[in-house]
Design a protein. Sequence first.
Length: 370
Amino acid sequence: MAGPSPALAQRPAAGRWRNAIIVNALGGLSNPNVFSKGADSAIQRGVRRRRTLDARTLADAHASGVTAVNCTLGYVAGEGDPFEVTISDIANYDQMIRAQSRDLVKILTAADIVQAKRDRRIGLIYGFQNAVMVGDDPTRIDMFADLGVRIIQLTYNPANTIGDGSMAPQNRGLTPFGREVVERLNQNRIMVDLSHSGQRTCLEAARVSKQPISINHTGCRAITDLPRNKTDQELRLVADRGGFVGIYFMPFLDLDGSAMAEDVVRHIEHAVKVCGEDHVGIGTDGPVTQIDDLESYRERLAEEVAFRKRSGIGAAGEGPNTLPFVIDLRGPTQFHRLAELLRARGHSRLQIEKILGGNFLRHARTVWGG
């Protein structure tokens, strides 16, 4: 006799975690199955189309139980002026939230995350994955804060004027200008994110920041020795200073690039061992809606990886055959499935709810207030 469908099998799990606040510390809302053949990727264009979320994306997001997600806005790499691209993108997100306000809400404080849960809306946290749009003017950070940006990642994989990314071979750490940027971020109560950073940049930023910092999407280098993952020294310092670490659902969790759900659990457990149970969460680095046609997607992936390599923004451990997600931990059941895997490993309900979103909420209260 055939067993229950995956959807039916997930109902008890979804019910078990119905009251949990789930925060994806780096992710997004999109339908990756809606794709115009031959179109350049957003990162390659450097600009973005006017945004809207289709019915499937919204339905999947609600079904997943996600309360809030840190969405990457603005310039990361590619064409276009970084500042202009970023301002345009913020305007697009604002317009999208206004147009779909029954489902979406802009997150400005930690209290907004709690309210989003009550209202059954999905909170969007505005975040950058590169700070190059600051240019040489740290006062732009004041403007970004006024526009609702709540997280700024200092670097992407290469070096910039602020510090070295994880793929910069010199590992030079923060620049003097980078120290100015961190100070300005602190003044504006914007979360300082050290994902993608080089080791010295991360350690120095954690030490000079007057507020706790975060590493919103990473893995543990002690388990998988790749540059995108963080050393125990980095993880421990961030936690010791009151910060937050999010574990991603990415191929960098496995040296062969074929990460599975058990790898996510393994990295979470190592991070908890190093950081303590109050400082670890999730930052999947992916959407909730899954890709239906993987074979067609692999062709697009090869093009994207080739572009990233040409542009100097790729990372060791990614390639045309490494899917940028965990194959058995995707789709709208991903958070509940992870919770059940942790439960099966003996983690308590309180510990799991902290990992799902409670720890990010604690960190947000410290940095943003509310």
